[in-house]
Design a protein around this ligand. Structure first.
Ligand SMILES: [Fe+2]
Length: 298
């Protein structure tokens, strides 16, 4: 299957380039018109996931946006069973890595990734470390609690309304990011909603045909409307985005020994030294002290 990408996405290229991985940014799309996103095709896709539990996640609705992410009850049913009962039981179904389950989704992912990469002027020096797509199916009036993800995302609303509350990543305290990245796993980051400045909040009232770009580490919470919601997203990490995570992990150690480490960005050579020491399987205090000497010139 091939797609005419110019008909799929409508976006202001200059503004997108300026906002990329810094500020949430809206665009329009036509993905919801593709046959692969129609209800029967999605039901068949969900059925194909039944034997791949590593590739789906099912949870109930959170009582409030501030609920801890993994405190929400997880559901043991399979995706197509939950989908069939979505009108009766509040639930959220996440189908991960679509491109490994359907060649049409592989083509769509490749096409969209090329398009958005070209819009921001090409990949530059960066190498892609991970690129994946997913579908989110949520019942009416369900809430995804506040969190951030360590990946760069483009989000497309396919069916129903969705109210997406998102902040720029720079509202997150460095120490919160460090606490997350020191764990070295791809997971979600838990945060306090009360700690974020409400003036920085972007609210996207999504409906079919609307989408937006979510920078890495941008905290968000999400609520659906009166009918079920279906969304598609593709997300990726680059060697540079992973490198920033390693710098923050090193900074966690430096902060623990009383230093005030510099955030990633302003000092690339210090960043390289910090990232390198964190690539060791088990960073040692000796390794971290060496970084301290390199960073501080001592
Ligand atoms: Fe998220």
């Amino acid at each position: 299957m091939s797609f005419s990408v110019d008909e799929l996405v409508t976006i202001d290229a200059d503004d997108y380039r300026a906002a990329y991985d810094r500020v949430p940014f809206a665009f329009e799309h036509a993905l919801h018109r593709l046959p692969m996103f129609q209800p029967e095709a999605l039901a068949a896709l969900a059925e194909r996931y039944a034997d791949s539990p590593q590739d789906y996640f099912i949870a109930g609705s959170a009582p409030t946006p501030g609920t801890k992410f993994y405190d929400v009850e997880q559901n043991r049913a399979r995706p197509h069973e939950v989908l069939a009962r979505l009108g009766d039981t509040p639930a959220r179904v996440l189908l991960k890595r679509l491109e490994n389950h359907d060649s049409g989704f592989r083509d769509l992912l490749d096409t969209l990734f090329r398009k958005f990469t070209a819009l921001r002027g090409g990949p530059g020096e960066e190498k892609i470390a991970r690129l994946e797509s997913a579908i989110f199916i949520s019942s009416a009036a369900s809430t995804t609690p506040f969190h951030f993800d360590p990946e760069i995302t483009h989000f497309f609303q396919i069916e129903g309304p969705k109210y997406y509350h998102v902040f720029p990543p720079d509202v997150v305290e460095e120490s919160d990011l460090e606490r997350f990245y020191v764990r070295g796993t791809v997971n979600i980051g838990q945060l306090d909603l009360e700690g974020c400045d409400p003036r920085q909040e972007h609210v996207f009232d999504l409906e079919p045909g609307r989408g937006f770009h979510q920078p890495q580490d941008a905290p968000h919470w999400v609520r659906t409307g009166q009918v079920r919601s279906i969304s598609y997203a593709f997300s990726f990490e680059t060697d540079a985005s992973r490198g920033r995570g390693r710098v923050r992990a090193a900074n966690r150690y430096l902060r623990a020994i009383g230093m005030q480490p510099q955030r990633p960005g302003p000092n690339p050579s210090a960043d390289r030294a910090k990232a390198a020491v964190m690539q060791v399987v088990t960073p040692t205090l000796r390794g971290v002290r060496k970084v301290v000497r390199q960073v501080s010139g001592r």
